[in-house]
Design a protein around this ligand. Sequence first.
Ligand SMILES: [Zn+2]
Length: 356
Amino acid sequence: MQYQKTHVIDLPQRIVVGSGVRKEISKHFKELGLGCPIIVITGSGPTRSIGQEIKDYLEDSQFDVFQVEINSASIESVSKVEEISREVKCKVIMGLGGGKAIDVAKYVAYKLDVDFISVPTSASHDGLVSPFASLKGMNTIYSMKAKAPLMVLADIELIAKAPRRFLIAGCGDLIGKFTAVLDWQLAHKLRGEYYGQYAASLALLSAKHIISLSDIIARGGEEAARIVVEGLISSGVAMCIAGSTRPASGSEHLFSHALDLVANFPAPHGEQVGVGTIMMAYLHGRKWSMIRKVLKKLGAPTTAKELGVNSEKIIEALTIAHKIRPERYTILGEKGLTREAAEKLAKTTGVIDEDS
Ligand SMILES: [Zn+2]
């Protein structure tokens, strides 16, 4: 069995969750002794004006701030931000947005070894807190090592105003921890892979949290936003503790990555993960229909049609999912699913129609 002699855990030093907390950002920066210049990365859409507001708060407290807009979580955006960050000798990089800006910020902060602050404006996936970044144009479609946030500032007022679809996608990503943890246990039993009980329990807790509070989440509003954000934080912290994405990403994520490859990113990550979880729970012999029921109640997709893809893409993704990340052992095994098995799985779980 693989035994880790040294295990380094980088955790966020401060997590601020609350309605309107963005207005107190300078106070937290001062209390944490953060330096400047600060680079604030935003998208070019609605997050741009929120970035401007945050910049104003910080400048009012005599911090030097530069705002940089990016359009994609790509290697090009990384180069752009890296160049500016080096030029101004920045001490802190803040990612503000739903995912792209945060992915770019945490990766550049990792490369330059400066502090990273995460300010999510929607709750669509657990990358908001994790020390892993997902970027286009790199060699892999899955996440790479990046910097853990020194602080996460989640303003519930902003997150509750984001389109509902984001929040529901966040639920799908969290429900995925069910099969992610089962896959991790399997890899531990069959391959002697390191297994962290605490990190696994924490990730699983975030999935259970969503299921037990699904009625409140379905109602929406600030209370729903807070529940999902807390789940995402818990899952992100589980990844920090494990030092890998293992507790949060298993066969359901491999399916989602495979679908991105065969159908060119058809739906939000969390929606695809949710559908993947239904099917992988079936393979694990677990309560797949309960997972499907909860997703339906939340208004999340449970079928190919709702994800905007045809049946063939689902089958194709299922048959190649095991190849996405061969070292990550899951219920899909080393050889993956045959076409027949994939079709049967998708039909039995109602992801594709019986007559398709
Ligand atoms: Zn995910």
